[in-house]
Design a protein around this ligand. Structure first.
Ligand code: NAP
Length: 320
């Protein structure tokens, strides 16, 4: 059995070249784990590289991972792992992702904020103001509006609870059937159209996998009621962009709030920027809190040192 002592080899923090926050992460992680030594990959000696069993990562360079022959597992400081899964490829490296209640609370707050933005017709009132138009719109109370979540995981469930507390009717969709109080739960692709048919505002909080890439396509958008709205806080590639633009142009969809894109930053010439029914956000819905995230990484590593047990790992076959 291992214990958390300074006899353990240092744990490297490995990020992409040029990542600006590495030193801040190393400081926050070191503070959370005084019994470990957290260092930048570049500071590892040849001998330490031979001994490394675990690394903490933020979009690491795959070549740096390959230079650690004993590496067993990676703790990512991000919740999404699609890029990491591609980068580690068919190696047997185990991946632990960040599951942080603070991140879920921040995301739930963002979901509530932008659902209210759509619910209270703010895009329409902003348009009317630009045209000097004094025109009250019909008010529909939240108990008569259905907000549906694609994904009922760590983030989706927290968002669902926040929406329920705000008075909305809430539906949720996942791979496996869930039973959550006061949430109308649907599972699997066969049940998706049923949920979409009753949705006023659709919120995407799905991981990006082979199954979810382009999931929000023309067929799926056609299954929504006319005038529904979409919020994507997950990953850009879940949406077929051409299908979304067509649904907005035909007024099938009233508005889309997009925080994530296939290419980030969004290219200057992209149609989303100037589209009157699109709100573009620069990937800000749920920033990671370095201090709470570091405390969670520290607790997982301490458990590993004390018991040899890894925290729950990402299922590479499933993709999340
Ligand atoms: P999670 O706990 O793994 O939950 C994922 C949910 O999606 C689960 O409910 C899962 O179903 C469902 N799901 C996955 N594949 C599905 C499929 N093919 N069909 C139906 N449901 C499916 O993930 P999370 O922590 O909530 O995070 C979700 C995503 O949010 C991350 O992967 C990341 O990309 C994104 N994110 C974005 C930001 C941002 O700032 N924009 C910040 C953090 C995270 P089961 O429950 O049945 O497994």
């Amino acid at each position: 059995m291992m214990t958390a002592t300074s006899a353990n080899p240092p744990i490297p923090f490995i990020a992409s070249a040029g990542y600006a926050n590495s030193s801040h992460w190393i400081a926050a992680l070191q503070l959370a784990m005084p019994h470990e030594r957290i260092i930048a990959f570049s500071e590892l000696s040849q001998q330490q590289k031979q001994q490394c069993r675990l690394a903490i990562v933020a979009n690491p360079d795959p070549a740096e991972l390959r230079s650690l022959p004993q590496l067993l597992w990676l703790h990512s400081v991000w919740a999404g792992v699609e890029r990491l899964l591609t980068d580690v490829g068919s190696s047997n490296l185990k991946i632990v992702r960040l599951v942080d209640p603070q991140l879920a609370a921040t995301m739930a707050e963002a979901v509530l904020a932008w659902v209210l933005y759509l619910h209270r017709d703010m895009p329409a009132y902003a348009r009317q103001q630009r045209q000097n138009q004094w025109q009250p719109r019909e008010y529909v109370a939240p108990q008569h509006k259905t907000v549906s979540l694609l994904g009922l995981g760590a983030l989706g469930e927290a968002a669902a609870q926040r929406l329920l507390a705000a008075g909305f009717k809430v539906c949720g969709w996942s791979r496996n059937q869930k039973n959550l109080e006061n949430i109308d739960c649907y599972a699997g692709i066969a049940e998706l159209p049923q949920m979409l048919a009753k949705t006023d505002i659709l919120v995407c909080l799905l991981p990006l996998t082979t199954d979810t890439t382009n999931l929000i396509n023309a067929d799926m958008l056609a299954a929504l009621p006319k005038g529904a709205a979409l919020i994507n806080f997950a990953r850009g590639a879940v949406i077929d962009d051409a299908a979304l633009l067509a649904a907005l142009d035909s007024q099938k969809l009233s508005h889309a709030v997009l925080d994530v894109f296939r290419q980030e930053p969004l290219a200057a010439e992209h149609a989303y920027w100037q589209h009157p029914q699109v709100t573009v956000l620069p990937h800000i819905s749920a920033p990671t809190d370095m201090s709470t995230a570091s405390a969670i990484v520290a607790a997982n590593i301490l458990e590993y040192r004390n018991s040899g047990q890894l925290p729950p790992i990402v299922d590479a076959m499933r993709g999340y």
